[in-house]
Design a protein around this ligand. Structure first.
Ligand code: B1M
Length: 212
């Protein structure tokens, strides 16, 4: 019987090679990839999220845990292609146009992937039309925008307007994050949610996506 806690601990402590090897061994032993993700990887990243939110750890620990999670994910992901869809929902994410800051957004992506969401990461400097195109082309639940500059915050409003013009706004929820934005701003610009950090982003997105 696989001890999923071992994998969770490897992720928490950032042992990326050990995490990948553990996943490889268990897959060859016949352990379902969904179990590896749901019982090992996600609890590991959930614990990292909790420790981060409670300021028990700092960014380097989050990054090394995320790297370990990604290493295990790279092994498990190909095995999921022919199995049931275990995604908890689909998110299009990007840093808005004019803004090159992507470290925080990348952390949010890793947390979402670690929590089991399908993430379409558009990168940084993403214009409204690219958010619209990605939303049209994918079965998307959430459009998530990051901004770090006060000067690029208006791009969030423009993106929401572009989604409305493309008649997509009623089909997707919009959430925003980044240092200059707030819950209040989210309400002002007509976004559905806001999160101050990656762990809260997972909570906010799971609250926005109805359980199936
Ligand atoms: Co820039 N920069 N920068 N910068 N930079 C800031 C943001 C700034 C506050 C520094 C300062 O003046 N004190 C300031 C903005 C001032 C303002 O507008 N209020 C600033 C400026 C002015 C600029 C330039 C204009 C500087 C210049 O060229 N004169 C320029 C702009 C370039 C551009 O974007 N067009 C610029 C450039 C850069 C670098 C390229 C050098 C680099 C970015 C590298 C990169 O991201 N690849 C950079 C950096 C690193 C910073 C600081 C130092 C650090 C940002 C960071 O990565 N933080 C920053 C100062 C600071 O924040 N102390 C600063 C760590 C990261 C984990 O946190 O990004 O906040 P953060 O993400 C958090 C949360 O915000 C949240 O979760 C993350 C994890 O907790 N979050 C979300 C983020 N997105 C989310 C989305 C969500 C939910 C949560 O849902 C969708």
């Amino acid at each position: 019987m696989p001890v999923f806690e071992d994998l969770a601990n490897m992720i928490i402590t950032g042992q990326h090679s050990a995490a990948a090897e553990w996943a490889e061994t268990e897959l060859s032993n016949g352990t379902p990839p969904e179990d590896i993700i749901e019982k090992g990887m996600i609890p590991g990243m959930d614990e990292i999220g909790r420790r981060w939110k409670d300021q028990e750890i700092h960014m380097p620990e989050v990054l090394i845990a995320a790297r370990a999670m990604k290493a295990a994910m790279a092994i498990v992901k190909p095995q999921l292609q022919n199995s049931a869809d275990t995604s908890r929902g689909s998110v299009v994410i990007g840093t808005v146009k004019g803004d090159l800051h992507d470290i925080g957004k990348n952390l949010v992506v890793m947390m979402l992937e670690g929590a089991g969401y399908t993430v379409h990461d558009l990168g940084n400097d993403v214009p409204p039309e690219a958010f619209v195109k990605a939303t049209e082309e994918n079965d998307v639940d959430i459009v998530a925008m990051s901004a770090l500059l006060t000067t690029t915050v208006p791009m969030m409003t423009e993106t929401i307007e572009a989604l409305k013009e493309a008649e997509l706004r009623t089909k997707v929820k919009v959430m925003i994050g980044g240092a200059p934005v707030s819950d209040e701003l989210a309400k002002q610009i007509g976004a559905d949610g806001y999160a101050p950090d990656g762990a809260s982003a997972v909570d906010a997105i799971s609250a926005l996506i109805p359980a199936s």
